[in-house]
Design a protein around this ligand. Structure first.
Ligand code: RUB
Length: 400
């Protein structure tokens, strides 16, 4: 089996050479420690990490470290992370270190991956022929609505044209909006919308909770009618995504949100980039994953984002591609910028950009869809807005 390679950016402490700092990572994560060991016998030395390269990059260095595959337990993502993204972040010899990517041999990528993936989700929605981008919404306000009002907002968004509706990350099973009641109410609203429009609209109920309850919670919401589920991968863990995706009784797409990710991903010098997270979510079986926008409200690096989305979509052993989700501060005026950079295999999600429309949720959903239609027809949003009132009102409120 070939080695696992990890790519890091790092800045060494002023009294440490770059080579020594990189070696400290390789040692810490394999057979070594800060001193010689009497217990490091010859037969353990085959499991030593190796510094493959150290090259200057900006104000620091890039290093590739090879870890022998034998130190990984196949299928155990938490264990993979404790090697490639473990104690190294706290090493005093490094002022900062950021995991940029990981390259795993096939034997360590023997995961089922997404059950649905891009094609499976497209088939459910009915866009496998048109190939148009999907439009989703997050019910807003993110918390506060009761099940009846949540269902009404979902119904309006659905009849306005969204393909996908999700709970916000802070909404789980609070007393003001009990989860199962919410799912039953929302799905009744969506059934009505589906009967009226003939379209399937997915609703991902947020099942994020403690490890020992999450599968049970997902099974219950599916029993209540949910046709998708949502989980927060950083707060619940990769194991939660895997448990949900690999559970045979769960036959709906798994939407993966990433709240808290920026604590790791945002700092360019320290932490974990989105790329390894994207790879692991694909392995764990997420069908849709938030990766960011090129023009939205969250910090973003378009070059990194494009490559992250590529990691989700490119051929990777036998695993299906994951649908990337662009979300955060989007509105109809930003659709063209997003689609021109991100392509058609994307879910554009707008919360405020739909429910904040001057004429309400339904008009907001219509405006988002009109902006997507304009893009598909190769027309600017301004041009399209001349004959589409909802889009015009959105552009007047938010601009481009
Ligand atoms: C967006 C929203 C999402 C964030 C997550 O709401 O609720 O949770 O986009 O960010 P709005 P990311 O459309 O009102 O801004 O997708 O970057 O993880």
């Amino acid at each position: 089996m070939s080695d696992v390679t990890a790519l890091y950016y790092f800045e060494p402490r002023s009294d440490t050479t770059p080579k020594f700092a990189a070696q400290a990572i390789a040692d810490e994560e394999t057979t070594g420690t800060w001193t010689d060991l009497t217990t490091r016998t010859d037969y353990t030395k085959r499991l030593d990490g190796r510094v493959e390269s150290v090259e200057p990059e900006g104000s620091g260095y890039l290093t590739k470290i090879a870890y022998p595959a034998e130190i990984f337990e196949p299928g155990n993502i938490p264990q993979y992370l404790s090697v490639v993204a473990g104690n190294l972040f706290g090493l005093g010899r490094l002022n900062s270190v950021r995991l940029l990517d990981i390259f795993l041999p096939e034997e360590l990528v023997r995961f089922k991956g997404p059950k649905f993936g891009i094609e499976g989700v497209r088939k459910l929605i009915g866009t496998d022929k048109s190939r148009r981008p999907h439009v989703g919404t997050i019910i807003k306000p993110k918390v506060g609505l009761n099940p009846k009002d949540t269902a009404e907002v979902a119904y309006l968004a659905a009849t306005g044209g969204v393909d996908f509706i999700k709970d916000d990350e802070t909404l789980t099973d609070q007393a003001f909006c009990p989860l199962n009641d919410r799912v039953e109410a929302v799905m009744a609203g969506l059934d009505k919308a589906m009967a009226e429009t003939g379209r399937t609209i997915l609703y991902a109920a947020n099942v994020s909770t403690r490890a020992d309850k999450i599968v049970e919670r997902a099974e219950k919401v599916i029993e209540c009618g949910a046709n998708a589920i949502m989980v927060d991968v950083i707060t619940c863990g990769f194991s939660a995504v895997q448990a949900l995706a690999e559970e045979p009784s769960i036959k709906v797409p798994v939407h993966v949100h990433r709240t808290m990710h920026a604590a790791m991903t945002r700092n360019k010098k320290h932490g974990i980039a989105m790329r390894p997270i994207a790879r692991l979510v694909r392995m764990a079986g997420g069908d849709q994953l938030h990766t960011g926008t090129v023009s939205g409200k969250m910090g973003h690096d378009p070059a990194e984002l494009l490559e992250d989305n590529n990691i989700l979509k490119e051929k990777w052993y036998s695993m299906k591609p994951v649908f990337p989700v662009a979300s955060g501060g989007l509105h109809p005026g930003k659709v063209n910028a997003e689609l021109s950079r991100l392509g058609n295999d994307i879910i554009l999600q707008a919360g405020g950009g739909i429910h904040g429309h001057p004429e309400g949720t339904k008009a907001g959903a219509m405006a988002m869809r009109q902006a997507v239609d304009a893009f598909m027809e190769g027309v600017t949003a301004e041009e399209y807005a001349k004959n589409h009132r909802e889009l015009r009102l959105a552009l007047e409120k938010w601009g481009k």
